[in-house]
Each structure stands twice: as C-alpha cells, then as structure tokens.
Design a protein around this ligand. Structure first.
Ligand code: PEP
Length: 257
C-alpha cells in the first residue's frame, strides 16, 4: 500500500454558518477527485452539519477539531465519539497545541481520547472518526535540544495502541511555527518526520510505511510544494491558510502524487 497524501484545513474558531458554507462550497468546486490525495475540512463543531451538507457526494471529507474523552454522560460542554460518527465525521484532531498549551490538556487526557477513538472503531463504531494525533515542541524545548524527547513522550499512543495505525494519522506541528508565519524549513521538518517514521518503524513494523504523518505550522501556497516534496511529509494540517479557498486549493495542488 502506498500511503495517501492528505491536506486538512483546521478552521479553528472562525466564521459563521454562512461563511463556512461559502468556503466549503468553493473548496468542493475547486478540488480534484483523486483518491490518493485526500482533502479534509475541520470546521468548528457548530458548523459541521452545514459543511457536511456542502461536501456530500464530493471527495472532500469533514472532521472535528476535538472530542471528549468519555463515551457519554454528565460532561457539560463535551462532544462524544459517537456523536461525531453519527454526523459523518471521518477524522478528529486531538492534542492540537492550542488544546495542550492554551487549555492545558495533558498527555494523559489526549491518551484517553486516542484510546476511546481506537476502541470505538474496533468495537461498536467502525465508522468512528480517525484520530489525527498532533505532536510538537515549543521554541524553548527546541532550543534546549529536547525536541525528540518531547515528541517521543507525546507519541505514547503509538506504543499503547500499535494496532490503531495506519488508521490513525500523526501531525507534527512545531508550536513555534503555528500561526506565526515562520514555518519550519523543509530540512528541519524532514529531520523530525524521519525521526517520527523511525519510531513508528520500531513500534509498528510494516504499518509505519502506511501511516500518514502531516506537517503543520505556517504552511502557505508559497512553501507547500517544498515541504510536501520531503519523503516523510505526507501533506499538511493547515490553519490560517485554510480560511481562503484559493490559498487552500493551491496548497492541495502541492500534494505529492
Ligand atoms: C494549525 O492550527 O494546526 C496550524 C498549523 O496553523 P497555521 O497554519 O495557521 O500555522
């Protein structure tokens, strides 16, 4: 199996129902139908239904930006795996740096979300969203030479649930590159991606080659091709640049074939 390339737009907390529909419609109109190059949109929870309607019968997939760590119950403000599956979400981002660093989500909580997604898919919800597990170091951690230690720690779900891959995806997102306009250079990103791939190989064996590892952090139309040309970068998780249809479609065009 040759792993697909994927470009995922993380719309964060932007837009209205109207603007979400308009953006989704423009992306559906511009996207190529190519099963080896996947396009995914992750709008805010309350816009999921609108975006799912706009993308129905198109190759564009729709995912969520977060999920609760419990199957159901008295958890005010949370959204469950089953709810996302029922709606038709194909993927869910977990452990995004804004969840880790702005909302203080620890590795243990992210690990429980990963476990629940994996167990749901194996047991009663074969259509449970696929996890996109985000990992990445802060500037301080990079400067202290701790990048790979941090990433290995954040990759604990790989060791706990090796059979969750290649269904689950990984996104390497250096925190210092997210929303700053300063992307990692292709060589810097490839170095970490190669280390992630080596870790996957050690833990998963052959499934490592089938596991999609995305890069995220200030990807734009202007730098996407050189990042995506790297052998271990299988596409991108795109924040700011996913909010403009033309820019996002140009990034999709840059995916490796
Ligand atoms: C992100 O939010 O995952 C991200 C990569 O943001 P940006 O592309 O804006 O840096």
């Amino acid at each position: 199996m040759i792993r697909p390339t994927v470009v995922a737009g993380n719309w964060k907390m932007h837009g209205s129902r109207d603007s979400a529909r308009t953006l989704a419609r423009a992306i559906v109109q511009g996207v190529e139908d190519d099963a080896s190059r996947e396009v995914l949109l992750c709008p805010p929870f309350v816009h999921l239904f609108d975006v799912l309607e706009e993308t129905v019968q198109s190759p564009v997939q729709v995912g969520a930006q977060n999920v609760g760590d419990q199957p159901e119950g008295a958890y005010t403000g949370e959204v469950s795996v089953a709810m996302l599956a029922e709606l038709g979400c194909s993927h869910v981002i977990i452990g995004h740096s804004e969840r880790r660093h702005v909302y203080g989500e620890p590795d243990e909580l992210i690990g429980r979300k990963f476990a629940l997604l994996h167990q749901s898919a194996q047991q009663d919800l074969p259509n449970a969203p696929r996890a996109i597990l985000c990992v990445g170091e802060t500037l301080e951690e990079r400067e202290a030479g701790r990048t790979l230690d941090v990433i290995h720690r954040q990759l604990q779900p790989v060791r706990s649930f090796p059979d969750a891959f290649p269904r689950a995806l990984i996104a390497y997102e250096p925190v210092w590159a997210i929303g700053t306009g300063v992307a990692a250079t292709p060589d810097m990103a490839q170095e970490v991606h190669a280390a992630i791939r080596a870790h996957l190989e050690q833990e998963l064996g052959a499934a490592a080659q089938d596991t999609v590892v995305l890069y995220g952090g200030s990807v734009k139309a202007g730098n996407a091709s050189e990042l995506f040309a790297m052998p271990d970068i299988d596409g991108g998780l795109i924040g700011g640049a996913s909010l403009k249809a033309d820019e996002f479609l140009a990034i999709c065009q840059a995916m490796r074939k």
